[in-house]
Design a protein around this ligand. Sequence first.
Ligand SMILES: *Cc1c(COP(=O)(O)O)cnc(C)c1O
Length: 389
Amino acid sequence: MSTDKLPFLPFALPEIGEEEIAEVVDTLRSGWVTTGPKARRFETDFAAFLGDEALHCIAVNSATAGLHLALEALNIGPGDEVITTTHTFTATAEVVRYLGADVKLVDIDPATLNISPAAIEAAITPRTKCIIPVHYAGLAADMTAILDIAQRHGLKVVEDAAHALPTTHAGQMIGTLASDATVFSFYANKTITTGEGGMLVTRNAALAARAKVMRLHGINRDAFDRFTAKVPSWYYEIVAPGFKYNLTDIAAALGIHQLKRARDFQAKRAVLAQAYNEALADLPVVLPPAPQPGELHSWHLYVLRLKPEAALQRDALIEALYAAGIGCSVHYIPLHQHPYWKSCYALRAQDFVHSQTAYEQMLSLPLYTRMSLDDVERVTTAVRQSLMS
Ligand SMILES: *Cc1c(COP(=O)(O)O)cnc(C)c1O
């Protein structure tokens, strides 16, 4: 198949429909563009989507903000240690440093690419306060083991669910488990998007109350409350030095309609992932880890690993695919490889063997709802030609 006449196939693209556009326009015409009725509705809809209206859902302007707010509300601070995976985006760990606490990076389970429960247990010290698992690529981390470790050691758990909408563990939606908080991302390339945005989800009313105050400058009453209150609206109190993390109604307008499509988006991604699996199975590659039977995998990412006997190495394959008009990426350069994290904690690659090995062999192929099965075939044909040549 000749690929050179085809348009460039990007690595990721959002799918924004007419309903999203109409809702944004409605917001723009409404006179209320910042956090207000649409952000509220998005929060309520989100709890309903997760299947538990008793959950507190707090819309924020990024998952990074949500992670920061969750850890702040859990009183993480100087002297504390927080354990997370090295196989993640820096946002998972940077929020720990915002609060002056220390990050303990640990290795992954090579079978799932998720944080290793055994490595978590081995990293616990008297200073450990919290664990941040990441549901890497949209496959749930081993939450049964992680919640058990947390309970035995008296640790908090904040799930980085930036990839995990919708994902299940043991038949339960991520966001509804017994963690202290779960944070979703609506960044442009995530499974649903508001451009930039996130959702902090918790069962803990005190944590929710603190996060709501800290989301908007430490004000004990939000602007829309004051705007719509029946009493004089000028008075408020600052109860803490808060942040500016609120989600605008313009962004929430997108989120309301993206959320309605999240199940269909997941189904489409699963079909595309299955097509990749079938077309690539006989090549010298390790296919992405599959979910347990009956579990939902969001398929945020399709991460392929090259076996050593493959004709091309990872970097060369990415070059070859790019030359064929196909965008790819790598998720992620592990944190222990980055100058900041490396020098901050004197990290060595040999202490993260599984993440390091996966990193050297892996690439993320394009996977998004606007792709067709023909697009998948175009990618798999190019991968096959490169690996077999
Ligand atoms: C995207 C991402 C984040 C950050 O999300 P933002 O909404 O961009 O702040 C955090 N963790 C992981 C694993 C991510 O992929």
